[in-house]
Design a binder for this molecule. Structure first.
Ligand code: NAD
Length: 355
């Protein structure tokens, strides 16, 4: 056995009500006295409640976060942080709001506190993204890793069932690819397997009763572990495919992950037996790709790229873009192989392993 494991320097609080009872304390621990709160333009109540809980240490609320962090949105947020004399930033929301907080941290070096409201896991990673002229650039920088993450199940009660399911499977996708990542470690694999077990196990309960606070807490626990696995490793074919489908074809983030994951895993399965076995343990099955396809379909998630609006004529370009650059993946990525994955995902058929 050989590995290098690096622990991310970060505090994590998970508690009902923590968004209004714990953020001020986290800021104090970090020595921050002038915080800019950022969020998206819709559903700003949780961010306002966080801002109120900060009292005089909140110097502004900036509600302009947008999907994939357009560069002009980042510019305006950096300007707002500078104009307010902020010494730190609190991002309240899903990956889009946290992405904007990361963009501020990247440009200004201001420390970031994240208060996630979805299961997408961005809060646990040092990965930033910025979109300019329709092209999304991503990179890793330790300065964008939130110093503190405050998970409050209360904030996720409003997450619609459909988005809870697809966002949850988005989390599972991080853990699944971490299990076969070239830089995985035994500890990352434990986190990933337990993250999948927690998230996949709780999604049916959430779909049944979205107001079940215990279930919401367990989903955030799963999101934390899956996000931590994402933050620690390099992702493969599945994430590359979703990046292309979102970036070039504008497909929605969480839904695309949900549709593609079973097929990407079925493709990689022959080359990643240990990862598939770990997923099988977490999902209590001997066919993990099928189990994920069955679960998300049963919970009403979209099953095909056609449903998400992709055109059959787009598949060849998507395959070409996915194979354009080399990246880590357990199985060789060929245009023919990726086209096979995309065609199956386009149709939404039951996933089957390809030799
Ligand atoms: P999102 O942040 O775009 O939110 C999706 C929608 O859900 C928005 O309309 C938002 O207003 C709404 N919403 C969020 N929380 C809610 C709640 N609790 N109740 C009701 N509505 C709520 O979606 P996301 O999937 O969390 O994030 C996607 C973005 O994050 C993408 O740009 C993706 O690339 C990025 N991302 C980055 C990383 C990383 O490590 N850098 C990891 C995962 C995702």
């Amino acid at each position: 056995m050989e590995f290098i494991h690096e622990t991310q320097p970060m505090r994590v609080v998970l508690r009902s009500g923590a968004s209004v009872t714990a953020v001020a304390g986290e800021a104090e621990l970090l020595g921050l006295r002038r915080l800019l709160v950022v969020c998206g333009p819709r559903g700003t109540e949780p961010a306002r409640a966080v801002a109120d809980s900060l009292g005089d240490t909140c110097v502004g609320l900036h509600a302009e976060a947008r999907m994939h962090v357009p560069v002009e949105v980042a510019d305006r947020a950096v300007e707002a942080a500078r104009a307010a004399g902020a010494d730190g930033c609190v991002a309240v929301g899903g990956g889009s709001a946290i992405g904007l907080g990361k963009a501020i941290a990247l440009r200004t070096g201001l420390p970031l506190i994240a208060v996630p409201t979805t299961y997408s896991g961005s809060e646990m990673t040092p990965v930033w993204g910025l979109t300019e002229h329709g092209v999304k650039r991503t990179g890793r920088d330790p300065s964008v890793l939130p110093r503190s993450v405050v998970y409050d199940p209360d904030l996720t009660l409003s997450l619609p069932v459909a988005l809870s399911v697809t966002s949850g499977i988005n989390g599972v996708a991080h853990a699944a690819e971490a299990l076969y990542a070239p830089d995985g470690t035994p500890l990352v694999s434990l986190m990933a397997e337990e993250g999948v077990r927690a998230m996949a196990g709780v999604l049916p309960t959430l779909a049944d009763d979205p107001e079940d606070l215990d279930a919401r807490g367990r989903a955030l626990y799963g999101a934390w572990l899956c996000g931590a696995a994402l933050g620690a490793t390099t992702m493969g074919l599945h994430h590359k495919l979703c990046h292309v489908l979102g970036g070039t074809f504008g497909l929605p983030h969480a839904e695309t992950h949900t549709v593609v994951l079973p097929y990407a895993l079925a493709f990689n399965a022959p080359a990643a037996p240990e990862a598939i076995e770990a997923l099988g343990r977490a999902l209590d099955t001997d066919d993990a790709p099928y189990a994920l396809w069955e679960l998300s379909g049963r919970l009403g998630a979209p099953r095909s790229l056609a449903e998400l609006g992709l055109k059959e004529g787009d598949l060849a370009l998507a395959a070409a873009q996915t194979t354009g650059q080399a990246y880590a993946n357990p199985r060789d990525v060929t245009v023919e192989g990726v086209l096979g994955v995309l065609k199956s995902a386009y149709e939404g058929d039951r996933p089957s392993r390809t030799p």
